[in-house]
Design a protein. Structure first.
Lengths: 585, 484
């Protein structure tokens, strides 16, 4: 960056207050972390079949950080230097007491467990900052004069659970599993904090039946089904039922507070009820398949329901409705060749699911959630955004669809007038999976893992940013296709100061399909005679490359970033190459 | 030894969580709402929270969000008296292009003023149960809550709808008099003003009957409540009321002298303010603050030359040469043109930087309301002339007595508002209130940057849309309730 000097007005229009060289050299960002984990347990066996266990775990994590802006260059200049010290600690203590009973009577075998568990999480935070550093290079708080802030707080989160489980099997042929638990979370109010969950599962190993014994090509066959519920209490706050005012709205020396949260004393655990059926089999010692169908219903979904901000709040937490996820998972492993010199195996996993909202709250049948709209019959991942029509060839302005007074569809240059619509696309892929191939020829082996996704759309926010018009920011090369008086046949608008130009619309929806060569390994096992001459049991030389290549709709776009179909400027996974030589004695 | 440790682990494991209160947790950086109104001191913390909310930066990455002074800059940049020469924060305001439903400037005032209203409503909802220690304490707390509510509605209705006169039955903004979670419809502008005048009337009655000494410059005391009423009455064209409210509001204040005016507008005690925000280092919002954007003497956005705000040459030229307000301005050649820096906001004078105090009301504004209200009532031009002369006496070295009458007198009062209140958010509000055309020609505005050199009176550009999030979440509002 060119230094325009300090004289007034001699300033870059972009990043005027920044001095990258000065701040890299003189600013400090120090992070220290301590971590201690301890575990203890006692196990007592009694009355032959009983076992009683107590486990106690305590984890400590401490952070001590320093941020220092130097007094001479960059952001810290206006403060004559700025230092912020923060220190935090997290202590997690969990304990459980388990009673086990194991009994086998002839072909009947029982395994029973009852237990209690408690979990206690504490977080402490302390910070202080000062400015006005008279001596360069002195960066601790003591060296400065002006108090810029200080504060501390503690968070506590606790949970308690009681649970039991019974596993039964008859002759390794019929299996039955039953469980029940109740969990109490400090997030919820006293009267609604306990959630009750249970599950039941059964499986039948048909291949063990005598009538199947003649089928020698069938090595294993098992049918299985289960039904059960699980809870979720995580809604981004530890105090989900209290009405709260924020501290810290102090007015000079007068303490001040400001309403920040509505009370929600009726909040409950969200329940996920899963129904699962599947089959497992192995044929000819070559092909092993595990296929499962599931239907997971989520009821009492925990969600911050948007409130009109004229009420003074942006949202309130509620159990808003219900949805279901239906889909399948398939795992298959196939030995294609199995000769002494050459072996080739393929492992494949595939999954597919659909999401559908089945119930919304009575008073809010539609909820806009970012680029999605939630309503019954749609998925929570269905895009509901503005329709980008393209560029007006006359003036280069971006245009969107809108509805005029008569109800007919017209176009507008003003983004705020544009209509939203269900685009018909969602951020769920139609199919995703992974494929591993392993080849071995003599002493040489090669394997590669490919992951892929088919279908679905991602809102490419990174591309949207790169197509923006902020001076000084990086741009995408597609900007070269922008409208100019001589290039009017384009869908990239004119580059001007217009606030509308690159706003969110289906213009940024990009195919989520991808193919990622996740890893490739080539190995060579040293021949036996060499190895034995060296008096070692084996030796192997191998090379592995990860993230070899990602094929996606746009260079640099990694559709594996998030579920909700938005990009978050995360780093694309690094490609690493490693060479290993290993010996065993 | 082994046995002892086994017993310790057993006991610890068993007893841990035995207590019934194990699952009872409370935050330490927030307070349970049920505790707040158990004392009058608790209610006072909510009032102080409202005061502070007017100068909080809610989002660290947005250096143009720092409370109500960011709206003052918004208003002024939409007008003609401040000239920008660079891209930067507030450029969309200068381009009159930040009013639409999806933009950040549209949602921020809405959110902030309604939070003020909600907090005021929380206080008022507990009026009967707060154990006040005296009638004057009760009057002070409830009166301020009412006045804050009125003031917030007044600001809202002037951003999200055209002025009162001629738009009385146009859609207003939702009115709430108690805490709620269900959104109301827009009602009419008249409904909103009915609420504003009722609240101000009640606040003034309470504080008049049970007076108490002022605690701090940030408090709305009786004089400030009258001052807010004066602004409201002026907006409503209730000239007689505006005159008396303004006169009552400023009766215990002297006018700022030439040296007061030149003291930098950064320490409330160095000049005569009626209402203001005292700001210390800890509570300053740093680069995202009024001084950073407006004060050319400190190393913020304006002072570094990143986004300087100049006084329009046209306005500068209209001031008398011996006027302190002109004498604080200095020509500056930025390499491509001559502009005028206005050193009215000068935190360096008091050794301050971003933590400079901010003014919300001062006696000169009241004097100008009084003068305008008198001139508009007609027949008493000498009274209005006398008020202008009073002001000139403390701005100019050898003031020339005002002799104009009628429309000319009114025009010179309105012009005086631009001289006196430059940078304090009044020019943009006045363009909308007075239904005048925007005219940036004949000055140092650059069309390539400001986009609009002129705009029709009551142009749609002046009317903010209702934020989209409000339309989406409010069952009593839909797209048909949206402003153009």
């Amino acid at each position: 960056m060119y230094d325009y000097g300090n004289e007034f007005g001699r300033s870059r229009s972009f990043g005027a207050l920044e001095n990258p060289l000065g701040t890299i050299m003189l600013d400090k960002n120090l992070f220290k972390k301590d971590n201690v984990q301890s575990k203890g347990f006692v196990e007592v066996s009694f009355l032959r079949d009983f076992r009683f266990t107590v486990n106690l775990n305590a984890d400590y994590e401490g952070h001590s950080n320093l941020e220092y802006l130097n007094p001479e260059f960059g952001d810290g200049e206006a403060y004559k230097g700025f230092c912020k010290r923060t220190s935090s600690r997290r202590i997690t203590v969990s304990a459980n007491e388990l009673l086990n009973w194991n009994k086998t009577v002839k072909s009947h075998s029982f395994d029973f467990l009852a237990g209690h568990e408690s979990y206690d999480f504490k977080y402490n935070y302390l910070s202080a900052s000062r400015s006005g550093f008279p001596f360069p290079g002195q960066y601790e708080l003591d060296a400065a004069a002006v108090l810029e802030g200080a504060g501390s707080y503690e968070d506590t989160f606790t949970m308690e659970s009681y649970f039991s489980r019974l596993n039964y099997n008859y002759n390794d042929r019929y299996y039955l599993s039953l469980s029940a638990r109740t969990d109490g979370s400090s997030r919820f109010a006293r009267d609604s904090r306990w959630g009750k969950f249970w599950s039941a599962g059964a499986s039948w190993r048909i291949s063990q039946e005598s009538f199947m014994s003649g089928l020698t090509w069938l090595n294993d066959l098992k049918l299985k089904a289960s039904y059960g519920s699980q809870g979720n209490d995580n809604l981004g706050t530890f105090y989900a039922y209290l009405g709260l005012y924020d501290f810290g709205y102090n007015n000079v020396n007068y303490p001040g507070i400001f309403a920040s949260r509505l009370p929600t004393p009726d909040l409950l655990w969200e329940k996920n009820i899963t129904m699962n059926a599947g089959v497992e089999f192995t044929i000819l010692d070559r092909l092993t398949v595990n296929f499962e169908l599931y239907n997971r219903r989520s009821v009492d979904l925990l969600f911050p329901v948007p409130l009109p901000s004229s009420t003074g709040y942006g949202s309130y937490d509620a159990n808003v409705g219900a949805m279901k996820n239906t889909g399948f998972d398939l795992d298959a492993s196939f030995v294609i060749f199995n000769k002494a010199r050459f072996k080739w195996t393929t492992d494949l996993n595939l999954s597919h699911y659909k999401n559908e909202i089945t119930k919304m709250p009575k008073d809010q049948e539609q909820i806009i959630n970012g680029s999605k709209k939630w309503m019954v019959g749609h998925s929570i991942y269905d895009y509901y955004i503005q329709k980008y029509v393209g560029v007006d060839p006359e003036n280069g302005k971006a245009i969107w669809n809108t509805t005029d007074a008569d109800g007919s569809i017209i176009t507008t240059e003003n983004y705020s007038y544009a209509d939203k619509f269900y685009t018909g696309s969602s951020s769920i892929p139609d199919l995703q999976g992974g494929l591993t191939n392993t080849f071995r020829y003599g002493n040489i082996d090669l394997s590669f893992l490919v992951t892929f996704g088919l279908g679905g759309k991602i809102m490419d926010g990174s591309y949207q940013e790169l197509m923006g018009n902020s001076p000084g920011y990086a741009m995408h090369k597609d900007m070269l296709k922008r409208w100019t008086p001589t290039n009017t046949d384009t869908d990239v608008p004119i580059l001007d100061y217009d606030i509308n130009s690159n706003e969110t619309s289906d213009r940024w929806l990009t195919s989520m399909s991808f193919l990622n060569i996740r890893s490739l390994t080539v190995g060579y096992n040293l021949p036996e005679k060499w190895v034995s001459a060296l008096h070692i049991s084996d030796a192997r030389l191998s090379m592995m490359v990860t993230n070899l290549h990602l094929f996606s709709a746009r260079k640099g776009l990694d559709p594996q970033q998030s579920f909700s179909g938005t990009t978050d400027d995360s780093y694309t996974p690094l490609r690493t190459t490693s060479v290993n030589f290993s010996m065993n004695f | 030894m082994k046995r002892i440790s086994i017993i310790i682990v057993l006991l610890a494991g068993l007893c841990f969580s035995c207590s019934d209160d194990f699952l009872e947790t409370k935050p330490t950086d927030q307070i349970d709402a049920n505790e707040v109104f158990k004392t009058a001191a608790g209610a006072q913390t909510v009032l102080d929270g409202i005061s502070r909310s007017l100068r909080v930066a809610p989002i660290a990455s947005r250096d143009d969000w720092f409370g109500v002074k960011s709206f003052d800059i918004m208003w002024d940049l939409m007008g003609d008296d401040i000239v920008c020469t660079q891209q930067g924060w507030f450029i969309y305001d200068y381009q009159l292009d930040y009013r639409m439903a999806y933009w950040a400037r549209c949602s921020y005032p809405w959110t902030l003023y309604y939070q003020v209203i909600n907090n005021a409503n929380n206080i008022l909802a507990h009026a009967e149960t707060i154990p006040f220690e005296s009638d004057s304490q009760r009057a002070g707390i409830l009166g301020q809550a009412l006045a804050y509510r009125a003031w917030a509605y007044f600001n809202l209705v002037n951003i999200y709808q055209f002025t009162y006169i001629g738009h009385e039955s146009a859609p207003g903004v939702p009115v709430y008099t108690e805490p709620t979670t269900s959104g109301n419809g827009r009602g009419t502008v008249q409904n909103v003003y009915d609420r504003i005048t009722a609240d101000l009337g009640e606040a003034i009655d309470l504080m008049t009957e049970n007076p108490s000494p002022r605690r701090h410059i940030s408090d709305i005391d009786l004089s400030v409540a009258h001052g807010i009423y004066a602004r409201v009455a002026l907006q409503m064209g209730n000239w007689a009321r505006a005159e008396t409210e303004a006169a009552t509001a400023r009766q215990s204040y002297s006018l700022n002298t030439r040296s007061d005016f030149a003291s930098g507008f950064s320490v409330y005690s160095r000049s005569v303010w009626m209402w203001g925000m005292e700001i210390n280092n800890e509570q300053s919002t740093g680069y995202g603050s009024f001084p950073s954007h407006m004060d050319m003497t400190i190393n913020g956005y304006a002072g570094s030359g990143s986004m300087p705000k100049y006084i329009s040459i046209a306005l500068y030229n209209m001031m008398a040469d011996d006027d302190i307000r002109k004498q604080l301005c200095e020509a500056y050649d930025d390499g491509s043109a001559i502009h005028y820096i206005n050193y009215k906001f000068n935190a360096s004078l008091s050794g301050k930087s971003f933590a400079a105090d901010q003014v919300l009301m001062r006696p000169e504004e009241m004097l100008l309301i009084q003068a305008e209200a008198i001139a508009r009532q007609g027949g008493r031009d000498t009274d209005a002339q006398a008020l202008l002369n009073d002001l000139h006496a403390v701005r100019q070295v050898t003031p020339v007595p005002v002799t104009s009458t009628g429309t000319a007198l009114l025009d010179s009062i309105l012009l005086e508002r631009r001289f006196e209140l430059w940078g304090e958010g009044f020019r943009g509000r006045d363009i909308k209130r007075l239904k005048i055309a925007l005219d940036r020609t004949g000055s140092d505005h650059d069309q390539a940057l400001c986009l609009y050199m002129t705009a029709e009176p009551e142009s749609v550009l002046w009317n903010y849309q209702i934020p989209q999030s409000e339309i989406d979440a409010n069952p009593n509002m839909d797209e048909s309730d949206q402003n153009d």
